[in-house]
Structure formats: structure tokens, C-alpha cells
Design a protein around this ligand. Structure first.
Ligand code: V47
Ligand code: SF4
Length: 373
């Protein structure tokens, strides 16, 4: 038990729940955000992390494809998209160009391609079905993690299909899992202000729930540290925890730190490092039914991601090639977000942890527990 003179009885009760593996309530979570020190939540989160994963930290070898940065939506925090009206400033890749990017990795032991981009009105369901089929045709063993719920919502609506019908077509073509983007903050009071024209919170959750029912796992994100309050974070994580109770289909939760450069929310200050670490730790404590908590280092910065490994995080995203533009454009420290596998392994080792290369589904590909690896 953690006992310091400044710890209130209510916080002590939360510490006891964690020690006894009892789920904390939404009210407990709110209290942690409002009152708990970084040291307090960090100790609890570490306890949970060690129970679940010991000293292991996972990463995967993946690469990204961004089909377009042209987008019909206008999220206030987005530094990446070009409005459809200004599309001459943007890029749009053909299937051949994207297949060429995949072929650049021939002979390189990547296990996953992550495909996500803006919502371009001309890139429809048929286009993406053909893209997935072309990639699978070339490299059947490559796991395709593709499209946010925002992209699905738009493409299925345009095709006049239900979520289930649309997903089945893409699964048949080669879709293996779904990344966590587009979640932002589910609560309508905040969503209305930062991304009012794209799929709402219930729509995002419905797409992930249907995917899980069809056997497709997914991730979940939360864009935090802007105009939301602690209660909106609790509401967001509460909806995710309930869905996970029903389906068990989420692999990982990924808190995404809001970055304020070159977007319509540049006047909003960024969260402090202490608040970032508290965010990770509280997520680890609250989301008891999520196996993994990921720090996305291109967004957070590699040193801060390394620090997050001591606050509940057990996963640090893949080795990423330099076509990942969305984060550097919003002001992340990582202007050229690339890390080689050995750099990533060293980064994990420096934090005193054991690097484990995984595939998308957390099967172990390579155990780096001995320096020889
Ligand atoms: O939904 C956009 C975020 C997300 C900003 O599932 C911003 O493995 C901070 O979800 N400041 C897309 N964040 C990326 C994403 C993701 C990334 C890595 C791994 C996985 C996974 C998913 O990027 C968007 C939005 O929340 N984003 N602009 C910004 N200014
Ligand atoms: Fe479009 Fe996504 Fe940017 Fe929103 S966050 S404007 S949906 S690319």
C-alpha cells in the first residue's frame, strides 16, 4: 500500500482496489485526475503494468502509407489535411504508387502496413478494396491495419452500405485490423467544437463494435490536452471500457497528446510533461480490460515516450519510415520521425526494460532480452 501523509482516504481506497485487482469507478478516475500526484498514479500504474507484462516493452516493425492529405472535413486540430477546395496543395496516390511503396519493403522483415489518410471524396470503397487486394496479392503475409472509423463512415455512407456490409467487403479484400484514430474526444460538447463535421462518438464506437463482432481487432485513441476537461476524458475512457467489456476486441489504448503548431487551435497551450505522464498512468489504472497501453513516440517525442515506460506504458509504436507527416506538421519534436530497430531497442533498454518485437496481434516475433539479439 502507498501511504504518504498527503494521501487522502479516498485515494488510499483506490490504491487498495488496485492492489486487490478491483476495478476503479468513473468517480475514482475523476478523483485521480483532480487530486492524485504523479508519484501516486505512477506507482499504481507500474504495479499494474508489471502484473500484466513484467519488464517487457513491445514494438513492431511497420511502415505507413498515407493515400492522400486531401480531406472533406476540417478538424480544428489538424495541421495535415488540405481542404478539398485547395486540393492542388495536397497529394493523392494511385494504387500503383502505393503498391510501389509496399514493394520498397520487399525483403525487409516488416510485419504490418498502417494505412490512414484524409477523406478524399473520389477515393471510394471500390478504390480501397482494390488497394487492399493489390497489397495482399503482392505480399499476403503483411498485416494490413487500415482506415479510421472516420474514413469507413464516409466510404460506406457514399456506397449506400451498412457498416457490416462495408466492412465485409474490405475484410474479404484483405483488411486485418483497424487503427485507433478519429476517436478524439467522444463527448458531443467537445466534439462539436473541435471536429463537428465527422462521425460522432457513437458512430465511431458502432464501427469498432461491428468490426470486433466480425473478428477484426482494433485500437482506440484519445486526443487529450486541449479544451477538454477531466470529466470528458473519463467519459471517453468509460465508453471504451464498456465496449471492451462487450467485445474484447481492442488491442491497445493510445492517448495522443494534442500538439498546437500550424492548426486552428494554435492558441491552445499544450499539456505539461507531468500531465502527459499522469494521463498515461491514469489510463493504465482505469482501463483494466485493455491489455496494452501505447506511447506513440512520433507524437510525444522519443525521450518522453521512454519516460512513459515508467508510467504504465508497455508498447512503443513501430519503426516508422519518413512518410509519416501528420505529426511533424502539427509541431511534434520529431521533425523526421524515423527510428531504426536498433535505435528503438536501445531506447527501451536505456529505460531498463526488455524489448520484445511483436506483430500487430502481440505475438512475439523476436525477444531482445539478451544483448546478442
Ligand atoms: O485521429 C491529428 C491525431 C490521429 C493532431 O492505432 C493529432 O496503432 C495530436 O490515431 N495533435 C490519427 N494529435 C493517428 C492515430 C494513430 C497513430 C499511431 C498509431 C495508431 C494505432 C493510431 O492523430 C487523429 C488525431 O487524433 N492528430 N492532429 C494534433 N495536432
Ligand atoms: Fe481530415 Fe482526419 Fe485531419 Fe480531420 S483529422 S481534417 S478527418 S485528415
Amino acid at each position: 500500500m502507498i501511504h504518504t501523509p498527503s494521501t487522502s482516504p479516498a485515494l488510499q481506497t483506490i490504491a487498495e482496489k488496485v492492489a486487490n485487482q478491483i476495478r476503479i469507478t468513473d468517480q475514482d478516475c475523476q478523483l485521480l485526475f483532480e487530486e492524485a500526484s504523479l508519484g501516486f498514479v505512477g506507482t499504481l500504474a507500474n504495479q499494474i503494468r508489471e502484473r500484466k507484462h513484467g519488464n517487457r516493452v513491445y514494438f513492431n516493425r511497420n511502415f505507413h502509407i498515407e493515400p492522400t492529405n486531401v480531406c472533406v472535413f476540417s478538424c480544428q486540430f489538424c495541421a495535415y489535411s488540405r481542404l478539398y477546395a485547395n486540393r492542388e496543395e495536397g497529394w493523392e496516390l494511385s494504387i500503383e504508387q502505393m503498391l510501389h511503396l509496399v514493394k520498397k519493403y520487399d525483403g525487409i522483415p516488416v510485419t504490418e502496413v498502417h494505412i490512414v489518410g484524409g477523406v478524399h471524396p473520389k477515393m471510394n470503397l471500390t478504390f480501397f478494396k482494390d488497394l487492399l487486394a493489390a497489397i495482399k496479392g503482392h505480399r499476403p503475409d503483411l498485416h494490413i491495419k487500415a482506415f479510421t472509423a472516420v474514413e469507413f463512415d464516409y466510404m460506406f455512407r457514399k456506397a449506400g452500405l451498412s457498416i457490416e456490409e462495408g466492412l465485409k467487403i474490405l475484410i474479404e479484400a484483405g483488411l486485418d485490423s483497424i487503427p485507433g484514430g478519429g476517436a478524439e474526444i467522444f463527448h458531443p460538447d467537445i466534439r462539436e467544437k473541435i471536429c463537428k463535421d465527422k462521425v460522432d462518438g457513437s458512430g465511431w464506437l458502432a464501427i469498432h463494435e461491428t468490426a470486433h463482432q466480425l473478428g477484426i481487432p482494433s485500437n482506440a485513441t484519445m486526443l487529450y490536452g486541449h479544451i477538454e476537461s477531466f470529466s470528458h476524458r473519463v467519459d471517453h475512457m468509460s465508453r471504451l471500457r464498456s465496449l471492451q467489456d462487450r467485445t474484447g476486441g481492442f488491442n491497445t489504448f493510445i492517448p495522443l497528446k494534442f500538439r498546437n503548431k500550424d492548426n486552428d487551435m494554435s492558441n491552445v497551450p499544450e499539456s505539461s510533461l507531468i500531465e502527459d505522464m499522469r494521463m498515461y498512468a491514469i489510463a493504465r489504472i482505469y482501463l483494466d480490460n485493455f491489455s496494452h497501453l501505447k506511447a506513440y513516440w512520433p507524437m510525444l517525442g522519443r525521450q518522453n515516450a521512454q519516460l512513459a515506460l515508467s508510467f504504465g506504458v508497455d508498447d512503443i509504436d513501430g519503426t516508422i519510415d519518413d512518410s509519416t507527416k501528420i505529426y511533424s506538421m502539427a509541431g511534434s519534436e520529431e521533425q523526421s520521425p524515423t527510428l531504426t530497430t536498433s535505435e528503438l531497442v536501445n531506447l527501451i533498454r536505456q529505460a531498463g526494460k526488455t524489448p520484445i518485437e511483436r506483430d500487430t496481434l502481440y505475438n512475439v516475433i523476436n525477444d531482445f532480452s539478451t544483448p546478442a539479439n
